[in-house]
Structures are given as C-alpha cells and as structure tokens.
Design a protein around this ligand. Structure first.
Ligand code: CO
Length: 353
C-alpha cells in the first residue's frame, strides 16, 4: 500500500497546477478515479467532484475535500531581452526565491514546459550585498534572447509555474519534493476511493478535488454550496516543525506521529462532535494521532463551514516539514495512517449526525 501511495504522490506532486490553473493535476486524478466512482464532473470553478453512493438510499452525505492547487508564480512582465518578471500566487517566504530553478507551464498545452532560473549575481560583482531581494525585483532567465522568443515558447503575461523540486525517497520511508501541500490530500482521497468502492459505506461520500485553496478556499466554497453535505472534512498537508531552532511550543505537528487532528486554526474552530469522533476512532483502531496545535494556518474547512446555513467541518492533516517550499519532507507512513483514520470516519460519520 505504501508503494502505491508513494507512486501516486510522486506523479501528482510533480505535475504543475498553480491556483485556478490545475487542469494538468485534475486530468491525472480523473484518470485514476473514473472507474471507481458513480458520478464525476468538473465544475465551473475547476473543482473535480466525484460521488460514491452509499448503501443507504438517500443517505447522509459527507464531503471530503483536498485541494489540487499549489503555490507558484505568474508572469507579469516580459522584458525586451527575454527576462520574465513575476507575481507570487500564494504564501511564499520571500527569501526562498534567489538561486532557484523555475518550471513554467504554458496555458497552450501544445507547448512544452519551460525551465528557467532566478539567477544570483556572483560574488565577483557584488559589493557585499546581503539583503534578501524583493521578489518583484527578481527575474526568471529562461534562456530566451528576446521577448518574441519567449512568447514563441508559449510564455505570455499570465503564464503560471512554480519552483522546481524533484521527488526523492530518502531514509526511513521519508520523501522530499514539491507541492506536497496538498497533493498529499489528493493521494489520501484517491486511496479512500479505492478502499470505499470495494466495500461501500452506509453514507454517500462526495470527494472534492478543490481548486484555488491557496488564494482563499475559492473552489471549496462553490463546491460545498452545490454538494450541500451534512458534514465535511478537509484533508490537508500541514506544518511539521520538529526541526532545529523551533521551540516545542511553536511546533504545530511532528513527523511520524500520525495524522494531525485540528482543534482550531485561524479559519475554523472545529465542530466538537467531529473532533471527539475522530479521537474516538483513532483510539478504537489503534491509529497513532496528534493534535495540530492551535492557532496557525487555515484550510478549506474554514470556508466550507460558512456555506449555506453552516456545515459542521473538521480537518485531518499529514504533517510535513518545510511546507510551501520545493523541498518539503514527509513520512509516507503518516499518509497511510491518515487514510486509515479518514476511512474509519467515512464509514461511521452518520452516527454523529
Ligand atoms: Co494546503
């Protein structure tokens, strides 16, 4: 099972899908889940919404949400000599950019992806400058000799891309790569579809592979409105900070300690019944778990909870170090255990309605 999870994560996290430009990612997911589900659609917001009907006719509906988008860059200016200036899409730390390799995905899919670098002045010509440059002043060098050449490769104002990060398995079942936030959640949802389609739960489960979380939960909002679930869980990838220089009280989650159950973050204070039921299931099934310490971050669940008359919502996350960077690091076992916990929830959520 871990091998399948690793394969899915590598494939999905290496695809490029910046907010509202997720179709390359959506295509891969659609291909994997199409044979498993009863209904499948891509809505006007770019959400991929799949339905697995429960054994009970007209039974309650649980919405499971994982976002397909990743943070990235959008080209905002092409200089006459072919350098690309960019705007940030989503929450990057500014000191990350200098010296990075960038991959751009032309909207015209007949064109290939384009690789470039955010170059640094070599020490030979710097005058002792140590300040972190403003990303707005940085340019991507794609090797083009003119704006026309860049445009002939499909690069235009509005082209999106992200920082390149190769996928590697390192020691102890840990992997590094880009976009684990939230392709990890997508992997969990795909694995759940495999399990639940084999032995259906009582309730109906709607899976939303959500667009545009990183710019404010846009896809989750419109999907929740149309699905109208009785309850929802967002499956996320969250900050593990069990690393040098972080005090224990500032560490939201730790690697290898199992799924992180959110009590409260900046977007949501989790529904009490959901919180208790998740803990109850973890204990009953002997699944190691941890709490995500309040109050950092926010997720799609915060948006879903505010749709219509309010939808009881919770969050289960896979801990990940160096999140929102191209060298995120996580432990595959945590993904597997997250699947176990969310599967147990999907099979029993009707008990707490
Ligand atoms: Co996320």
């Amino acid at each position: 099972m871990t091998e399948q999870i690793k394969k899915d994560l590598e494939e999905l996290s290496q695809a490029i899908g910046v907010s509202s430009r997720e179709r390359r990612v959506v295509r891969i997911i659609k291909e994997k889940i199409e044979p498993l589900v009863d209904e499948l659609k891509i809505d006007l917001s770019g959400n991929l919404i799949a339905t697995l009907k429960g054994t009970e006719k007209n039974g309650p509906v649980l919405l499971l949400d994982a976002h397909t988008d990743e943070i990235g860059v959008m080209i905002r200016h092409i200089s006459p000599d072919g350098f690309l200036y960019f705007a940030k899409i989503g929450g990057f730390v500014d000191l990350l950019f200098p010296g990075q390799t960038v991959i751009l995905a032309p909207d015209d899919e007949t064109k290939k992806t384009v690789i470039g670098v955010i170059g640094l002045k070599p020490p030979h010509i710097t005058k002792g400058e140590t300040k972190v440059p403003n990303p707005e002043d940085l340019a991507i060098d794609i090797g083009a000799k003119s704006a026309e050449e860049a445009e002939s490769w499909g690069i235009t104002i509005g082209t999106t891309g992200t920082l390149l990060g190769k996928f590697f398995e390192i020691s102890n079942g840990r992997v590094i790569g880009k976009a684990f936030d939230d392709r990890t959640g997508c992997v969990v949802l795909i694995e759940l579809l495999r399990r639940l389609s084999k032995e259906r739960p009582k309730g109906t489960i709607v899976f939303n592979f959500a667009s545009a979380e990183e710019v404010g939960g846009r896809g989750a909002t419109t999907a929740a409105y149309q699905v109208r679930p009785a309850m929802a869980l967002a499956i996320e990838n969250t900050t593990a900070a069990d690393t040098p220089g972080v005090a224990p009280q500032d560490c939201p989650t730790m690697l290898g300690k199992g799924p992180a159950i959110t009590v409260a973050d900046r977007s949501l204070i989790v529904n009490q019944k959901i919180l208790e039921h998740l803990q109850h299931l973890a204990k009953k099934k002997n699944i190691p778990y941890q709490f995500k310490k309040p109050l950092s971050g926010g997720t799609d669940a915060g948006r879903i909870a505010l749709v219509r008359e309010g939808i009881p919502s919770g969050v289960v996350s896979v801990p990940c170090r160096y999140i929102h960077s191209p060298i995120s690091l996580l432990e595959l076992k945590d993904i597997e255990r997250t699947c176990d916990l969310v599967e147990a929830f999907a099979r029993t959520f009707h008990e707490i309605l």
